[in-house]
Design a protein around this ligand. Structure first.
Ligand SMILES: [Mn+2]
Length: 329
């Protein structure tokens, strides 16, 4: 398939265009959307950027304000019709993190494994470290003049999605880095990278530190209040950074049930399979080899009894499966 920017621009020209990121957008999704918005504008095509959910983290909010481009919560866009052309970025229609927007999805720009059976009219899909690297490739290929602000946002998005060029990096990401490094404001990126935590987030870290328990190489921590998914994931990564921990299991209260975030740096333990098996019949879990998420439904929590009984049951389930997986490998 022809996946050049020019082909996408011709498809969109003359239509009302909406760029939709995945729900709860991260810096890579924001950077991709803004880069596409600028490319289209350069070609005389107006578009609007939107997302469902919220922009949760401070550094993502800061990234979203680098450029003077309005980014709408989809609930605010009350005039969307079936006639509008929607471009999904950093994800695909029918993904669980893509709330359906009125309007017709015609194009997709994504770097995740391709799973949808939906037939897009235009597809830019490549497994690379960051979606923003695909947009940067278009900036390079078209020769569009790029501002320092856009270069900064794209480079920040790429750095975030590749964990600072250490995960899933391809030559496409390196080429993007090489192009952007000269143009980006590195002191601004440094500041963004050091603004990942809010003061209120420390409560969750504090609670997790208070009750961390390590069994073999599995670190468990419970956050006894509600907090956003992104924060639970950050705490899970923090627990994983302990030298004695190779699997982290962090869970927080969620509407009477529990919300989980699991990380694995042990290649014998697939985090998604571990959590999927552990939560079978009491909730729902799954994900990738290194990161997974899940929930325990409220109705099971009531049967478990008090907090300590609940923690024991969860821990036993996970450790039992952990040991089976270690033996099998
Ligand atoms: Mn991404």
């Amino acid at each position: 398939m022809d996946d050049r920017f020019e082909t996408l621009a011709e498809l969109l020209r003359g239509h009302r265009v909406i760029i939709q990121t995945h729900d709860f957008p991260d810096p890579d999704a924001i950077a991709t959307a803004c880069g596409l918005w600028e490319l289209l504008k350069w070609q005389g095509i107006e578009s609007r950027i939107c997302y469902y959910g919220r922009i949760e983290k401070t550094n993502t909010k800061m990234a979203a304000s680098i450029l003077d481009i309005p980014i709408y919560n989809a609930e605010e866009l009350t005039d969307v019709t079936e006639e509008d052309y929607v471009v999904t970025v950093d994800g695909q229609k029918d993904n669980s993190n893509f709330t359906d927007l009125k309007g017709t999805e015609v194009a997709c720009i994504d770097h995740h494994p391709y799973v949808t059976s939906y037939q897009y009219r235009f597809l830019k899909h490549q497994i690379v470290g960051a979606c923003a690297s695909l947009i940067t490739g278009w900036v390079i290929d078209t020769g569009m003049p790029i501002s320092q602000e856009l270069a900064t946002l794209l480079l920040y998005g790429i750095k975030m999605d590749t964990r600072n060029f250490s995960a899933g990096v391809t030559h496409v990401d390196i080429k993007a880095f090489d192009f952007l490094i000269e143009k980006a404001d590195m002191s601004r990126i440094y500041r963004l990278e050091n603004s990942a935590l809010d003061l209120s987030d420390l409560r969750a870290y504090g609670a997790a530190i208070e009750n961390i328990a390590i069994y073999e190489t599995v670190g468990f921590a419970y956050i006894p209040f509600e907090c956003p998914d992104g924060l639970i994931a950050s705490v899970s990564e923090f627990i994983l950074s302990l030298s004695s921990v190779r699997i982290s299991v962090v869970y927080a209260n969620r509407s009477g049930g529990l919300k989980f975030s699991v990380r694995s740096e042990n290649s014998k333990i697939n985090a998604g399979r571990l959590l999927h098996t552990a939560l079978k019949e009491i909730g729902n879990g799954g994900g990738h080899a290194t990161m997974a998420g899940g929930i325990v439904y409220p109705e099971y929590m009531r049967q478990f009894g008090d907090r300590h009984q609940t923690e024991t049951i969860i821990r036993n389930r996970i450790m039992q499966i952990y040991r089976v997986m270690m033996e099998d490998s």
